[in-house]
Every structure is written in structure tokens, then in C-alpha cells.
Design a protein around this ligand. Structure first.
Ligand code: NAD
Ligand code: DAU
Length: 348
């Protein structure tokens, strides 16, 4: 592993991963990002002059651009974060979720196959150069929703409910097909909900922190009793790093930290940490098709690969709230302009 193409590296998890890899390894990191509303180069301003880091503005659906990057930087590893990632947006605008998340992934796979196969013109050969790897960053949402009990394992059938999760599940199937048909060395990781620095404030935790500090109402969907399994983003990064180095080709690995919380619990925790009143809570109409509960069984990655999370939720959420309060400029820049229009359309 020398030249790692990180797609979507200007987003929330991608930018945390770029930081993580530059800090922990001596690899060249090529961050390719289309800089959609969710991509933000401010997240990486501290590493922009690092000789091991390169930024390329391009779309994963653009065949010529992806070809050029593979050629120019001799890419041997792909970690594909690039995606439309917000469930609510997939309800109002599903099409871009399919083109980016499915077709974009297939374009990356096809380019990687052309560059990594020992005999690219021989359709019967499944021999790939040694040391290459395609890692697809997927999500627990592909499994659908759980009732009060049970957990998602890697053998739980996929059963996605939103256009977002359907697009991610479809991409996973294409990645699986490139392994089974062509022999490409791949891994798929399916992580639970992340929280931490640099998350776009359309997502629950940064949205609630931002509204709370501005004394704005806190829109809780339905009864607020939906459960998510929260993991600090740096633990997601260390898990991906572990799978890159130790993952068995063709395998799926669930990633999670056994930390289930109801949405309302999180909202109340943010309110009390900021010293505000619960009167700010406003129960609003539920998200259509809202998944009730997610929970990850992490036995495979912990026992087979030896990964474990470093953060407790108490420590992680405390640091995260402090980060958003200490980085007002970062959040104010994002929440001016386009975000205001999105917020009004979404919540009015
Ligand atoms: P994000 O929305 O913050 O970032 C997505 C990034 O992808 C942005 O920088 C955006 O500019 C870029 N992008 C979008 N379309 C692109 C395109 N066509 N070409 C190139 N770049 C493009 O998302 P995130 O929360 O950081 O999630 C990253 C990945 O992790 C996604 O694939 C998501 O499905 C997955 N995931 C997220 C979570 C979570 O809790 N956020 C959990 C599990 C898995
Ligand atoms: O589980 C992993 C997934 O987690 C990722 O694949 C997605 O990319 C990521 O966006 C996230 O999806 P969720 O839909 O779970 O995250 P979100 O932050 O949008 O919502 C978390 C919960 O909070 C969910 O039950 C909906 C609820 N919610 C969200 C918002 C934005 C509210 O009650 N009010 C809100 O305003």
C-alpha cells in the first residue's frame, strides 16, 4: 500500500480519515472529492501543504477524471467514502443518490480493475497485482430496521428502506460482484452512526448543538424513541485502517461500539450540557419510512481482526460538543447561505 485514493475525503468521515492516515502512516493520500454541498476543504486546511497529501477536485462518475488519477498517481488502494449521505435528502431527491452512490462506485471499480488486473484484456483471468485493495465504506442502514431486540450481523439479509440505504446496498452488491466475477480484492465495511468533528450540521448531533447554542427549536422526528448505535468517527477510521491491513479479501465487516441511544436521550444530553431548557424541543412530523432501531454486532471485526473502539460515548460526546462550541467560525460559514434555504425547506 503506497498510493491511497480516498474519495469523498472533504466530507465528515473522509476528512477525519485523511487526518488519521497522515498521522499514523507514511502513505501518499490522494483525496478526490467533487465538493458538493457536503464537501469542505476547510476540514483539511491544516494538511493542505503536507507533501504526502494531494487534493483533486473531481466527480467519481467522471470516467476520464478517474482514469487520469489512477494513471497519474499509480493508485493501489481505494477507500470509497464519496456518496450522497443524508437520508432526508434522499426522500426529496433520490436520483442523485443512485447516480453517485451506485454508478460512481461502479466507475471506480471498473477503472481499478483495468489498472490492477495482471492481464486486463483476458476476461477469464482473475489475477490481480499484489497489494491492491478496494474498500467500500458502507452502512448498517443497508440491513434495514430492527425491532426491540436483535443485532445486525454480516449475514443479516440486506433490506434497505430509504432511497439512500437502497443506493448503498446496491453499491455493495456491485462491489461483491467485482470480487466474485473478476476476483478483485475488496472489502465492504458497514458502520453504525458516526459522531465527532467536521460533521455537516444537517445530521442529528451537530444540528442539535447548533440550534441549541442559537436558542432555536430542536426538531425531534416522531416520538424521538428511534434508536441509533453511535460510534466516534476516529474509531470508525481506526476500524477501516484495520480492515485495509488485515481484512480478508471479499469479506464484509460490521463496525460499531455497542452504544445504543434513543434520539431524545441525545437531544436532552446536548440541552443539559449547554445549560439550556427542554422547552426548546419541538416534536415534528416523522421522517417517512423512518427506521426504528439499528444495532451492530461487532463480533467479527473484534475477534477476527482484533479491532476495538477507543472512545467511550461519555468522553466522545463531551469532546464533540466542545469542538462545535470552539469552532463557531467553521459552523457559521456552513450555516450561512445555501444551508439556510435547505433548513427552511426541510423544517417548515
Ligand atoms: P458526507 O456527506 O459528510 O461526505 C460525503 C463527501 O462525498 C463530500 O465531501 C462530498 O463532496 C463527496 N461527494 C459526494 N458526491 C460525490 C461525487 N459524485 N464525486 C466525488 N465526491 C462526491 O458523508 P459522511 O457522513 O462523511 O459519509 C461518508 C461515507 O460513509 C458515505 O459513503 C456514507 O454512506 C458512509 N457512512 C456514513 C455514516 C455516518 O454516520 N455519517 C455511517 C456509516 C457509513
Ligand atoms: O447508520 C448509519 C447512517 O447514519 C449513515 O449511513 C448515514 O449516512 C448517516 O446520515 C446516518 O443516518 P441517520 O438517518 O441515522 O442520521 P441522522 O443524523 O439524519 O438522524 C439520526 C436520527 O435522528 C434519526 O432517527 C432521525 C433523527 N433526526 C434527525 C434529524 C436531522 C431527528 O429526530 N431530527 C432531525 O432534525
Amino acid at each position: 500500500m503506497k498510493n491511497i485514493l480516498v474519495t469523498g475525503g472533504a466530507g465528515f468521515i473522509g476528512s477525519n480519515f485523511v487526518h488519521y492516515m497522515l498521522k499514523n502512516h507514511d502513505y501518499n493520500i490522494i483525496n478526490l472529492d467533487a465538493l458538493t454541498y457536503a464537501g469542505n476543504l476547510d476540514n483539511l486546511s491544516d494538511v493542505e501543504n503536507d507533501p504526502k497529501y494531494t487534493f483533486v477536485k473531481a466527480d467519481i462518475r467522471d470516467k476520464a477524471a478517474i482514469e487520469e488519477v489512477f494513471e497519474k498517481y499509480s493508485i493501489d488502494t481505494v477507500v470509497n467514502f464519496a456518496a450522497e449521505s443524508h437520508v432526508d435528502r434522499s426522500i426529496t431527491e433520490p436520483e442523485i443518490f443512485l447516480t453517485t452512490n451506485v454508478l460512481g462506485t461502479q466507475n471506480l471499480l471498473e477503472t481499478a480493475k483495468r489498472h490492477w488486473k495482471v492481464n486486463p484484456d483476458d476476461k477469464y483471468s482473475s489475477e490481480f497485482k499484489s497489494g491492491v485493495k478496494f474498500l467500500q465504506v458502507s452502512t448498517d442502514e443497508t440491513y434495514g430496521a430492527l425491532g426491540k431486540t436483535g443485532m445486525f450481523t454480516e449475514t443479516t439479509p440486506i433490506s434497505p428502506n430509504s432511497p439512500y440505504s437502497a443506493s448503498k446496498a446496491s453499491a455493495d452488491l456491485v462491489v461483491r460482484a467485482y470480487h466474485n466475477t473478476f476476483g478483485m480484492p475488496v472489502n465492504i465495511t458497514r458502520c453504525s452512526n458516526n459522531y465527532g468533528p467536521y460533521q455537516f450540521p444537517e445530521k442529528l448531533i451537530p444540528l442539535m448543538i447548533n440550534n441549541c447554542r442559537n436558542n432555536k427549536s430542536l426538531p425531534v422526528y416522531g416520538d424521538g424513541m428511534q434508536i441509533r448505535d453511535w460510534l466516534h468517527v476516529s474509531d470508525h477510521c481506526s476500524a477501516i485502517d484495520t480492515v485495509l491491513h488485515k481484512g480478508k479479501d471479499g469479506e464484509i465487516y460490521n463496525i460499531g461500539g455497542n452504544n445504543e441511544k434513543a434520539n431524545i436521550e441525545i437531544v436532552k444530553l446536548i440541552i443539559s450540557t449547554l445549560g439550556k431548557s427542554e422547552d426548546l424541543i419541538e416534536y415534528v412530523k416523522d421522517r417517512p419510512g423512518h427506521d426504528r432501531r439499528y444495532a451492530i454486532d461487532n463480533t467479527k471485526i473484534t475477534t477476527e481482526l482484533g479491532w476495538s473502539p477507543a472512545y467511550t460515548f461519555e468522553q466522545g460526546i463531551k469532546e464533540t460538543i466542545e469542538w462545535y462550541l470552539n469552532n463557531e467560525q467553521w459552523i457559521n460559514k456552513i450555516t450561512s447561505g445555501e444551508y439556510t434555504k435547505y433548513y427552511e425547506k426541510m423544517y417548515k
